[in-house]
Design a protein around this ligand. Structure first.
Ligand code: URP
Ligand code: ZN
Ligand code: ZN
Ligand code: ZN
Length: 473
C-alpha cells in the first residue's frame, strides 16, 4: 500500500479551514496533522512513499457531481461522453465522484435499466461512480422495483413533470412514486416544468415560424417552472417524501423551495453553473444557430429578470444546497444540428462536468460565496444528500482519499484546445477565465491528475452503493 503525505497546504472542509498535512494510507485518509506537531510531521515525511507539496494551496475533498448523464439517450441520439471520456474529464476538473442517472422508459423494466447502466460504466470509469434511477414509467412493477433499488444502493429516483411521451409522469403517478419513497426512504428528484403546457407553447412558436434556439427558452417560461415546483412540493408534503428539485433556474422556483424549507419541510434545491453565469439573452439568443449549444431544460433565464443573482443569493443562504452540472453533452455536428429549423428537435443538454469546481471557485474569488461554502456546495452536501457521507465529500480520517490540491494563484483558461477533455466539438464555457487551478487530484489514494498530466485509468473508478440520505431534517 502506498502512503502519501500532502504537506504545507490549507485543508478546507465545509466546517472550516486549517493548516494541516494530510496523510494518506492506501485508499483512505489516515490522519490530518497540524503543523505544530513537528516531531510527528517530520517522521511522517521521512517514512512515506510520496510527498506532495501543497504550500500556498488549498487541499479540499474531491468534488461530488450528483447529476450527470453519460450516454443518455435523448431526441434520437446519445449524450456524447461515455463513462470513460466523461469521468476522465471530471477528474481533470477536480471531481472524483459522479452520480449518473440510470434510465427506465415507459414499457421497460426498472432493474433492466439499472443493469444496462452498470454495463455501460463497469471497467470504464476513471473515478468512483454511483447511480440514481430515472423512473420514466411509474406502474405497479416499477413501484415494486423501487424497494430493490434501495438494496442495490440506488436510494434516489428522478421523476419528470416535463417531456410528455418520453420520461413524463402524470400527477397520480408522481403521487404513487412519492408514497413509495416516503415508505422506503428514497429521495425523489424532480424535473419540475409543466410539460403539457410547454408542448403547447412550443407548437405555437413553431407555427409562427419562430424556430431558432432562442425560442426554446421562450417556450419554457418561469411560470411553468414555478408552478411545477409548487405542485411537486405539495405532493411531497402530502406523501411525506423528501423532495430534491433538480436544475432549478428560475428565481420564482427557488422562492417556492425557500418557502417550503421555512415551514420545515424536507425540500431541497440544486442549481448548475450554467444558471449562475449564462442567460437567455446572451447565450440562447446568440446569432444564427449558435444558441443551440446552450439548449437545456430547464432553460437559461433572462438576465434582465435577475435570476442569476437570485441563485447566487440562494446558494449563500442555503435556500439552495447543491451545485451539480447536469452534464449532458451533445456535439453541434450531427447532434445539436438535428434541430436546425426546429428548436424542439435540438437535444437538450450542456456539457460541464469538467468545469464545475473551477466555475464555483470563481464565485469565491468574486466574493459571492465563502471558501467553505464552495466545498459544502460542491463536495460535502451532495455526498450527505445522497448517502455517501463519511467516505466522500470530506477530508477526515477514515474517508476515501479523494483529494484535490487547488492553487489559488493559478489560472484556468476554459475552451477547446485549452482545458477541454469532454467529448464535444465545442465548449459551452469557451473563453471563461478562472482565477484558480486544479493542480493535483487523488482518487482513493491514486494520483489521477498531476503536473498537467492525466495519470488515471479506465477501470480505476468503482461503483459506490449509496446509503439513505444523511441530510434530511
Ligand atoms: O437539458 C437537460 N437538462 N438535459 C438532461 C436531461 C435532464 O432533464 O436533466
Ligand atoms: Zn431534468
Ligand atoms: Zn439532468
Ligand atoms: Zn497550478
Amino acid at each position: 500500500m502506498t502512503t502519501t503525505l500532502i504537506t504545507g497546504g490549507t485543508v478546507v472542509n465545509a466546517t472550516g479551514r486549517a493548516r494541516a498535512d494530510v496523510l494518506v494510507d492506501g485508499e483512505t485518509i489516515a490522519a490530518l496533522v497540524a503543523p505544530g506537531f513537528t516531531a510527528l510531521g517530520a517522521d511522517l515525511a521521512a517514512g512515506v512513499d510520496r510527498v506532495i507539496d501543497a504550500t500556498g494551496k488549498y487541499v479540499i475533498p474531491g468534488g461530488v457531481d450528483a447529476h450527470t448523464h453519460m450516454e443518455l439517450p435523448f431526441g434520437g441520439t446519445f449524450a456524447s461522453d461515455t463513462f470513460e471520456t466523461g469521468t476522465a474529464a471530471a477528474a481533470w476538473g477536480g471531481t472524483t465522484t459522479i452520480i449518473d442517472f440510470a434510465v427506465q422508459r415507459q414499457g421497460e423494466r426498472v432493474l433492466d435499466g439499472l443493469a444496462a447502466w452498470h454495463e455501460k460504466a463497469a471497467g470504464r470509469c476513471a473515478i468512483d461512480y454511483a447511480f440514481h434511477q430515472i423512473v420514466g414509467g411509474v406502474d405497479d412493477d416499477s413501484l415494486k422495483a423501487m424497494d430493490e433499488l434501495v438494496t442495490e444502493g440506488v436510494t434516489s429516483i428522478k421523476l419528470f413533470m416535463a417531456y410528455p411521451g418520453v420520461f413524463y409522469s402524470t400527477d397520480d403517478q408522481i403521487l404513487r412514486a412519492m408514497q413509495k419513497a416516503a415508505d422506503n426512504g428514497s429521495v425523489v428528484m424532480m424535473h419540475a416544468e409543466n410539460g403539457p403546457a410547454i408542448d403547447t407553447l412550443v407548437a405555437q412558436h413553431l407555427a409562427r415560424g419562430e424556430t431558432s434556439p432562442y425560442f426554446h427558452g421562450v417556450s419554457r417560461p418561469w411560470q411553468l417552472e414555478e408552478e411545477a415546483t409548487h405542485r411537486a412540493i405539495m405532493l411531497a408534503d402530502l406523501t411525506g417524501a423528501p423532495l430534491y428539485v433538480v436544475h432549478v433556474s428560475a428565481k420564482q422556483a427557488i422562492a417556492q423551495v425557500a418557502a417550503a424549507r421555512n415551514l420545515g419541510k424536507n425540500v431541497f434545491a440544486e442549481t448548475c453553473p450554467q444558471y449562475l453565469y449564462l442567460s437567455l439573452e446572451e447565450q440562447l439568443g446568440a446569432p444564427g444557430f449558435e444558441g443551440a449549444k446552450w439548449v437545456c431544460s430547464t432553460p437559461l433565464r433572462s438576465r434582465a429578470e435577475g435570476h442569476q443573482e437570485e441563485l447566487w443569493r440562494a446558494l449563500r443562504t442555503n435556500d439552495a444546497q447543491v451545485v451539480s452540472t447536469d452534464h449532458c453533452p451533445f456535439c453541434m455536428k450531427d447532434q445539436k444540428e438535428l434541430g436546425l429549423g426546429d428548436f424542439s428537435k435540438i437535444p437538450n443538454g450542456i456539457g460541464g462536468v469538467e468545469h464545475r469546481m473551477d466555475l464555483l471557485y470563481q464565485g469565491v474569488v468574486d466574493g459571492r460565496i465563502s471558501l467553505e461554502r464552495w466545498v459544502e456546495l460542491c463536495c460535502t452536501t451532495p455526498a450527505r444528500m445522497f448517502g455517501l457521507h463519511g467516505t466522500k465529500g470530506v477530508l477526515a480520517p477514515g474517508a476515501d482519499a479523494d483529494v484535490v490540491v487547488y492553487d489559488p494563484a493559478g489560472r484556468t483558461s476554459i475552451g477547446l484546445g485549452k482545458t477541454h477533455h469532454m467529448n464535444m466539438d465545442h465548449s459551452a464555457w469557451e473563453g471563461f477565465e478562472i482565477d484558480g487551478h486544479v493542480d493535483t487530484v487523488l482518487s482513493r489514494g491514486t494520483v489521477v491528475i498531476d503536473g498537467g498530466q492525466f495519470h488515471g485509468r479506465a477501470g480505476h473508478g468503482r461503483y459506490v452503493p449509496r446509503g439513505l440520505s444523511q441530510y434530511l431534517l
